[in-house]
Design a protein around this ligand. Structure first.
Ligand code: HSE
Length: 436
């Protein structure tokens, strides 16, 4: 039996450097768990200063990723450069060389996952992607193995630390989105271009991966309804609190009547729900299985060492198959290839949930009955109303919380309401996840 497993790393950025450090710092516990050493035999990055900072030897460091893929001493290729090109080519060519791959590349898997999974099956080489969702939280392993006996009823994820940090600051300090974002950028918590994080694209990538392995279906990332947090206002956070709710950017997947509900948007949650208490940069994934009931996975969704922890867990898992046999035991996408089937994603119009609505309406007798009449005619039932203060003749906020309603009806009703003379601004609407 081999006494060593050789790792080849492509990318020595934050996560890649974390992997190098963790392999060194925890070498003993890793080899005791595995029964063999994990050795970094090749590492590629265009920036030589990164290799120097890590004190990588000349034998290990290369500028050329092909050297990593082609080295006979590399048993597992770890791709950590991110993005689509050339990451996809590197992964496919490693698989075609018969080498297992470990990647943290959620954007790539969300868009090209099927091509990569198919190549993995065809080449008989596994792909590990634990680090692609929730950073260090072992949610992929939990879905593929820990809760494999369950039909998964629903998944609710706070899977973007940047937006959770911003919403937490806005909630705790009553500040505006732009103000907190600028501060987060100054502190290095948010990217210079924050679009992927704050507009829900990054969590939608991660949701595509989760829904794929939870429901055994290829998910078209473009079918996931995505809305970010950049339009959330402090006053809606205040009204939410008054009603006993918090606003979180939630990634939601459910199986409903043969369709997958997959959506990412700001969501009001009762403040006593466990997931509503997940604050700051932390991530959490709340999963409901039919046998298990609810379970929540909580931890750091980013950062060098937490993400390296997830990367190396895949390296150890794959190494066990290399050392003791069993390649092909775990299907790459959790379900056996022949038993995966394409399920339609439910259009957002068909989604049913509760809604928070903030109308800006003239303070006249009869205005509320006009609003509630239109809601009623669209089969939308009101659960509570708040109106503070009086300002006869000018506009005031009227906040309405509804019972469960269908999105198509909500859109039609709001279009009708917003064209009324008594309404002076576009109505704000936020979806709510809670019991009636
Ligand atoms: N940019 C991500 C976040 C971390 O803010 O959570 C990496 O997935």
């Amino acid at each position: 039996m081999k006494s060593k497993v050789g790792i080849g790393l492509i990318g020595l950025g934050t996560v890649g450097s974390g992997v190098v450090r963790l392999l060194r710092e925890n070498a003993e516990v890793i080899s005791r768990r595995l029964g063999a050493e994990v050795v970094l035999v090749k590492a590629a990055d265009l920036d030589a200063s990164r290799a120097k900072a890590l004190k990588l030897s000349k034998d290990v460091y290369t500028k050329d990723a092909r050297e990593v893929i082609e080295s006979p001493d590399v048993d597992i290729v770890v791709e950590l450069i991110g993005g689509y090109k050339p990451a996809k080519e590197f992964i496919i060519s490693a698989l075609e060389n018969g080498k297992p791959v470990v990647t943290a590349n959620k954007a790539l898997l969300a868009i090209h996952g099927e091509e990569i999974f198919t190549a993995s099956e065809k080449c008989g080489a596994p792909v590990g992607f634990e680090a692609s969702v929730g950073g260090g939280i072992p949610i992929i392993g939990a879905i593929k193995q820990g809760i494999a006996a369950n039909n998964i009823e629903s998944i609710y994820g706070i899977i973007n630390g940047t937006s959770n940090y911003i919403l937490t600051k806005m909630t705790d300090e009553g500040r505006e989105f732009d103000d907190v974002l600028a501060e987060a950028q100054g502190l290095g918590y948010a990217e210079a271009d924050p679009t992927f994080d704050v507009e829900g694209i990054d969590p939608a990538h991660k949701l595509a991966i989760l829904a794929n392995i939870a429901y055994g279906t290829p998910i078209n990332f473009g079918d996931i309804y995505t809305e970010g947090i950049s339009n959330i206002l402090p006053e809606d956070i205040r009204y939410a609190r008054e009603l006993g709710f918090k606003i979180k950017l939630l990634a939601i997947a459910k199986l409903r009547g043969g369709e997958i509900e997959a959506r990412v948007h700001p969501t009001m949650l009762p403040e006593d729900y466990l997931i509503a208490k997940v604050d700051g940069v932390f991530n959490a994934i709340y999963v409901v299985g039919d046998a298990l009931g609810p379970a929540m996975f909580y931890g750091r969704g980013a950062g060098d060492m937490p993400t390296a922890s997830a990367v190396i867990s895949d390296v150890i898992d794959i190494s066990r198959d290399i050392l003791y046999g069993g390649n092909g035991r775990m299907p790459v996408a959790s379900f056996r290839n022949g038993s995966r089937k394409k399920l339609p994603v439910m259009p957002i119009d068909k989604v049913r949930c509760r809604y928070y609505m903030r109308f800006t309406a003239l303070d006249h007798p009869g205005v509320l009955s006009k609003i509630s009449g239109i809601l009623g005619r669209h089969d939308i039932s009101i659960s509570s109303v708040i109106q503070h203060g009086r300002d006869a003749g000018s506009a005031v906020p009227i906040v309405v919380m509804t019972h469960g309603a269908v999105e198509r009806n909500v859109r039609k009703a709001l279009a009708k309401i917003d064209e009324q003379d008594v309404i002076s601004a576009k109505t704000v609407v936020i979806r709510v996840e809670s019991a009636e």
